[in-house]
Design a protein around this ligand. Sequence first.
Ligand SMILES: O=P(O)(O)OC[C@@H](O)[C@@H](O)c1c[nH]c2ccccc12
Length: 256
Amino acid sequence: MLSDLVDGALEDAAVRREAVSLADVEQAAAEAVPAVDALEALSPRERVHIIAEIKRSSPSRGALAEISDPASLALSYQTGGASAISVLTEQRRFGGSLEDLMMVKSVVRLPVLRKDFIAEPYQVFEARAAGADLVLLIVAALDQRTLETLYNLIVELGMTPLVETHSAEEVSRALDVGASLVGVNARNLSTFELDQNLFGELADQIPSGVIRIAESAVKSAADVAHYRKAGADVVLVGEALVTGDPIATLQEFLDC
Ligand SMILES: O=P(O)(O)OC[C@@H](O)[C@@H](O)c1c[nH]c2ccccc12
């Protein structure tokens, strides 16, 4: 499944590249408003930070929400106290687009994450050109050399990489490239299995000074408290926010 998602994302990028060349997208990235400092926005504090996600559907959960106006949902997230916004831009299985990200970026002051299956530089330049401040890199989807190349490019463009892991080995690979924002996804992207204990098992391996993010299936205040206790500085929440009342849910989760 993960390699299908990556292949699909690369095919879609190749189609966009027919319309906008690499040189043009590089130029657009260079001219974009500079990225905001996501590390500062997510730096550990007494309260948990929430990255609030905009996601219409997913291969594991099916259709979640229509979201006809991603900008207004993002504004609700900002009002509710989110520290950053994640926008799924993958089209085939998640129903997102770079246009969603641009609309969101035009209305919020919070840092915005491009959540997609990023595997080549073109997609990183596109992210910056669309206004992204953070870019997701999924360790399981990349060989170490590509991970490093993409990581360095994201940093060169002034953005922050969020490096996603799902095992002890992947955490070491994330740390080897110098990641300062490490996510542990409770969901295995190949089998879709969930393991809510994984974050707690891997958290100790992530040194202090590196921001630790717990991702996926955070559905209740109790889940937030569970991850907080296990050492999460940040939780990334999608489904619970797009299917419920976003402001009330954020406030409840922030009170943990
Ligand atoms: O909707 P949830 O269960 O709250 O999960 C959000 C987020 O963790 C999930 O969307 C996610 C984590 N890593 C990803 C990589 C690609 C696509 C999606 C994801």
